[in-house]
Design a protein around this ligand. Structure first.
Ligand code: PPS
Length: 306
């Protein structure tokens, strides 16, 4: 069992305060999980085998996971630019996830994968497989400002079966978000936990807002981090392939046919911008989240733009 680390106290099981509960949800070391996250993965984090050349894409949900995964996947396998369209969720294992009722065991499947393995995870740093740190696997973390993140997560809660197709109000959701009563744990806990590794050579810490400002520069940065040389033409093709407009149309990543997402409530590729929060927050809600941001990140050198 790993030692308890400093951020563990940030999230607490304050579920009595919140009437919204999905059957099967549980708290594990301060983090709320849906039943489709395997507790056995959390319990065995010290024995999960990681490789030096593994590439993990780690994010707090709704921070740009699918986007950065697609970029990394194409950099590792540029031949996929010409290939068919295998759904990302089938080609990239989602470390801790197991769709309820499904039979996929990512941990078992990962053992058989050829290197370098590309793996997705939403786990908080204190719950992550410890070998990834000792073996210095490559980790790309993506963070997103909490205002747009909360809005995106709210729409996801409403449209996904695992969240019981949340029917509550935006304000009720925001209150849960601000109190860390949210699946995969509190936002600040997550992005600060991973920020501790920002200066390690095997970790690349990205922010959604920076990626949005410079998509080409981001592809170059990830290529360099992965030690991949790409010619200009391939680079252009990856940038075009991974634009929001193109990904929204791409059935391999837009999850329009995913069994657990009701796209008629909210499409997975929803807006893809910085600043949609302005269409959702009241003045009072904005003051609340600014206060939260100040309390949680005010004394740190991690800052986000919105
Ligand atoms: S998940 O379910 O946690 O894996 O979701 P995730 O992929 O992390 O985040 C989904 C949000 O990312 C937006 N997105 C993009 N934005 C810009 N460009 C590209 N290519 C792109 N691909 C995905 C997606 O639209 C979600 O954000 P919102 O704000 O809801 O639109």
């Amino acid at each position: 069992m790993s030692e308890v680390r400093e951020h563990d106290s940030v999230c607490t099981d304050n579920s009595d305060e919140f009437p919204y509960k999905v059957p099967g949800q549980y708290f594990y070391e301060g983090v709320l999980f849906n039943q489709d996250v395997r507790k056995s993965v959390l319990e065995s984090r010290d024995s999960i085998e990681c490789r030096e050349d593994d590439v993990f894409i780690v994010t707090y949900p709704k921070s740009g996971t699918t986007w950065i995964l697609e970029i990394a996947n194409l950099l590792l396998h540029p031949e996929k630019l010409d290939g068919g369209s295998e759904a990302q969720e089938r080609s990239v294992p989602f470390l801790e996830f197991h769709l309820t009722g499904g039979s996929v065991d990512h941990i078992e499947n990962m053992k058989k994968m050829a290197s370098p393995r590309l793996i997705k995870s939403h786990l908080a740093e204190h719950l992550f497989p410890t070998q990834a740190f000792t073996k210095k696997s490559k980790i790309i973390y993506v963070g997103r400002n909490p205002k747009d993140n909360a809005v995106s997560y709210y729409h996801f809660y409403k449209s996904v079966s695992g969240f019981g197709y949340y029917k509550g109000s935006w304000d009720a959701f925001l209150q849960m978000y601000l109190k860390d009563h949210i699946v995969w744990g509190g936002w600040s806990h997550h992005c600060l936990g991973w920020w501790k590794h920002n200066h390690e050579s095997n970790v690349l810490y990205l922010k959604y807002e920076d990626v949005k400002k410079d998509e080409r520069g981001t592809v170059e940065k990830i290529a360099s981090f992965l030690g991949k040389e790409v010619d200009q033409q391939t680079l252009e093709r990856i940038v075009t392939h991974c634009s929001f407009e193109s990904m929204k149309k791409n059935p391999a990543v837009n999850r329009e046919d995913a069994a657990d997402v009701d796209s008629s409530v909210s499409p997975f590729m929803r807006k893809g911008i910085v600043g949609d929060w302005k269409n959702h927050f009241t003045v009072a809600q904005n003051e609340q989240i600014e206060q939260y941001y100040k309390e949680r990140l005010g004394n740190t050198d991690l800052q986000f733009e919105w």
